[in-house]
Ligand binder design. Structure first.
Ligand code: HEC
Length: 98
């Protein structure tokens, strides 16, 4: 009897199943959902509590980082709740909202 085929099948069964590729999730997305969605909405357009439509914002990353860190008007300052790296991530995510 030829043993090659059973051995081959046995080895094949040892190959780990490859998980289907999940769409990449930006780290800032989770931070955004936790901290920003209640005013800005998941798509950035909600405008609750006087929040501005983020899809229409002209602020660049620098301006957004400043605003998120220090707050403005009714928007709370996140400088004490988020690390600078988290602010950077959530700002990067907010810039993807179009
Ligand atoms: C309590 C409600 C509230 C929360 C929570 C909130 N915002 Fe805001 N946001 C506002 C308000 C109100 C403004 C308008 C501020 C002003 O100009 O007086 C604003 C403005 C902004 C702007 C400027 C838009 C523009 O160009 O005018 C950005 C960017 C922004 N928010 C990002 C965020 C991010 C990122 C988070 C989460 C870390 C967040 N906001 C959480 C209420 C909120």
């Amino acid at each position: 009897m030829n043993l090659r085929l059973p051995v081959f099948l046995f080895l094949l069964a040892l190959v780990p199943q490859v998980a289907p590729a999940a769409p990449p999730v930006l780290p800032g997305q989770a931070i955004f959902q936790k901290n920003c969605v209640r005013c800005h909405g998941a798509n950035g357009r909600l405008g609750l509590n006087g929040a501005h439509d983020l899809t229409k914002s002209n602020l660049n990353a620098f301006g957004r980082t400043y605003l998120v860190t220090n707050g403005m008007g009714k928007m709370p300052a996140f400088g004490k709740m988020l690390t600078p790296a988290q602010v950077q991530q959530v700002v990067a995510y907010s810039l993807t909202l179009k």
